[in-house]
Design a protein around this ligand. Structure first.
Ligand code: PGA
Length: 251
C-alpha cells in the first residue's frame, strides 16, 4: 500500500500562490518522488482548479477538498457538493477535521453523513479523528476515538474499494502547536484504529490507510512514517512551502 502524504492548506493561499506552490512541488519531486508514496494537495476551494491544472500530468499527485455538504445540489448557500469537488479535479475530501469539529461545531453525526455521501458520490474520504488535551488527561482516548470512528463510518455503505477510505489520527493538542505525539502515543492510537477498522470491515480493514497528523515536519516525519500502522501523514503548517513539504514527502 502506498503511503499518502497529504498537505492541508486550510484557509491559506490565493489562486496564484496555490498554483505556484503546486508547480514547485511537482518540480522538486520530479526525480525524487519515492515509488511507494502519493502526494495529495488540499487547497482552499477557490484554488482547487489552479492546483489541479498544475499537477494533472504529474504521476502520483492528487487534489482534494477540505470539506463539502452531503447533498448532490440544492439551496445550501455557502456550501459545495461532492460533485462540484469532483468536477474541479478532486478525488479526495476531508471529513471531520478537528477545526471543523471544534471551531465550527460540526457534530460526529454530520461527519458520518459526509463520509457516507462522499463515498457514494465517488470521492475517496479521509475521516479525521482525535482527542483534545482534556480528554487525553481524563484517560478518554479510546472512548473518544472509537466514538468518532463509529459515528464517522457506521452509515457508509459497504463494498467500497479500500483505497477510497483513509482515517487520519490527529490529536487536537498536536495540531498547529509544535507538540508532536510521541512514538508510543502514535502506536497506541493507530493500533486502536486498526483493530476497530478490522472489526468494522473484516475484508478490507487491513488495507485502509491510517495517517498521522499534528505538527509533522521534515525532521520528525521519517521516524513517524516508519511506525507500525502509519500509512502516511496529514500536514498543515509545514505543507505550505514547497521545499519543506517536498522534504516531508521524501523523508
Ligand atoms: P499541523 O496541522 O501540521 O499544522 O499541526 C495538521 C492538520 O491540521 O491537519
Amino acid at each position: 500500500m502506498k503511503k499518502l502524504m497529504a498537505a492541508n492548506w486550510k484557509m491559506y493561499k490565493t489562486w496564484d500562490e496555490a498554483r505556484d506552490t503546486a508547480k514547485a512541488m511537482v518540480r522538486l519531486l520530479a526525480n525524487s518522488m519515492p515509488k511507494d508514496r502519493e502526494v495529495l494537495l488540499i487547497p482552499p476551494f477557490t484554488a482547487i482548479r489552479g492546483v489541479y491544472d498544475a499537477i494533472r500530468d504529474a504521476k502520483g499527485f492528487y487534489v482534494g477538498g477540505q470539506d463539502f455538504y452531503p447533498a448532490a445540489e440544492g439551496a445550501y448557500t455557502g456550501e459545495i457538493s461532492p460533485g462540484q469537488l469532483l468536477d474541479a479535479g478532486c478525488c479526495f475530501a476531508l471529513a471531520g477535521h478537528s477545526e471543523r469539529r471544534h471551531v465550527l461545531g460540526e457534530s460526529s453525526e454530520l461527519v458520518g453523513k459526509k463520509v457516507a455521501f462522499g463515498l457514494d458520490s465517488g470521492l475517496s474520504m479521509i475521516l479525521c479523528v482525535g482527542e483534545t488535551v482534556e480528554e487525553r488527561k481524563e484517560g478518554k482516548l479510546t472512548e473518544v476515538v472509537l466514538k468518532q470512528l463509529r459515528a464517522g463510518l457506521n452509515t457508509a455503505a459497504r463494498g467500497f474499494d479500500p483505497e477510497m477510505l483513509v482515517v487520519a489520527y490527529e490529536p487536537v493538542w498536536a495540531i498547529g502547536t509544535g507538540l508532536v505525539a510521541g512514538p508510543k502515543e502514535i502506536l497506541e492510537a493507530h493500533k486502536l484504529i486498526r483493530k476497530e477498522l478490522l472489526a468494522m470491515f473484516p475484508d478490507i480493514g487491513s488495507e485502509i490507510r491510517i495517517l498521522y497528523g499534528g505538527s509533522v515536519k521534515a525532521d520528525n516525519c521519517g521516524e513517524i512514517i516508519a511506525l507500525d500502522n502509519v500509512d502516511g501523514v496529514l500536514v498543515g503548517g509545514a505543507s505550505l512551502k514547497a521545499d519543506s513539504f517536498s522534504l516531508i514527502v521524501t523523508a
